[in-house]
Design a protein around this ligand. Structure first.
Ligand SMILES: [Zn+2]
Length: 283
């Protein structure tokens, strides 16, 4: 299990699913021929054939006062997902979370960087055939713009399963706080708008005792997009805006000690941004 310390804050990675290859549907420009020449991607982020490695994981952020889970993966028992293997999972995520020292009842804050399928799944769990909040003592912080966007989509299409099984039940239980994309969560934790992937997407900034980190969310899916910020993912709602966000964030972080923690990066998961020609790489 990977763990990082940023001043008085610790970040712990809880993996739900890792895959090698099969990611062409999300990053169509990342062909083997394009990936192989980017030498620094191997061996961690791509294999010797140029296939991308990707991860779905949650990050537990523990501050002196708070216990926060950032993004809640796919969840167990969910149905009607577009990707077949994301349906009807029965993984040990909650046991792994507890084994890491974080039983679900101990989480006081859930942060969803955006409301896509792989970031809201464990918001709820199936009990007696009903979806109930997985983290009963937590406030669930969701972007106001993001929430309203998906709620209006749902109003046009009553069969949006993700909103129905993973967002509405926690909202109806009164556990959701709708926040702006620059909301301050605590002394050490604040949100940073990183728009383009979705209309209300945010990243999570950690700052403590002069040290700093940024949890990406999905403004970047894979480190290859540091070498090619212009490669937007098929899931980006506004590709031009998403590219601008990547260039802005990487330019701002390049050469600094800020730790970039990737929401879909396999281990080592985190690193510093450095310039590489007219693009960037993770170091
Ligand atoms: Zn994602």
């Amino acid at each position: 299990m990977q763990k990082w310390r940023i001043g008085q804050v610790t970040v712990t990675k809880i993996v739900e699913l890792e895959v090698t290859g099969g990611s062409r549907f999300i990053l169509p420009q990342a062909t083997y021929e394009e990936i192989l020449p980017i030498a620094w991607l191997q061996p961690h982020f791509a294999d010797e054939r140029g296939r991308l490695k990707m991860s779905i994981h949650a990050l537990v952020v523990e501050t002196p006062e708070r216990r926060i889970i950032v993004d809640t993966c796919l969840g167990n028992d969910k149905q009607d997902r577009r990707i077949p293997r994301w349906n009807d999972l029965h993984g040990p995520f909650l046991a792994d979370l507890a084994a890491a020292g974080y039983p679900r009842e101990s989480i006081d804050t859930v942060l969803c960087t955006h409301l896509h399928v792989d970031h809201v799944g464990w918001n709820t769990m199936l009990v007696d055939r009903r979806w109930v909040p997985t983290f009963p003592w937590a406030r669930y912080l969701m972007g106001r713009v993001e929430f309203e966007y998906w709620r209006s989509q749902r109003d046009h299409d009553h069969h949006l399963p993700i909103f129905a099984d993973s967002v509405a039940p926690v909202f109806d239980a009164g556990l959701v706080d709708l926040v702006e994309t620059d909301h301050r969560v605590s002394d050490e934790i604040s949100l940073v708008p990183t728009l383009g992937h979705t209309p209300g997407h945010f990243s999570v900034r950690i700052a403590s005792r002069g040290e700093e980190a940024l949890i990406t969310g999905d403004f970047i899916h894979h480190p290859c997009q540091m070498a090619h910020p212009e490669w937007s993912s098929t899931a980006d709602d506004d590709p031009q805006r998403a590219e601008r966000t990547r260039r802005d964030v990487f330019s701002r972080l390049a050469g600094t000690q800020v730790l970039l923690i990737g929401t879909h990066f396999v281990a080592p998961t985190a690193g510093r941004v450095v310039r590489d020609g007219d693009a960037f790489r993770l170091a």
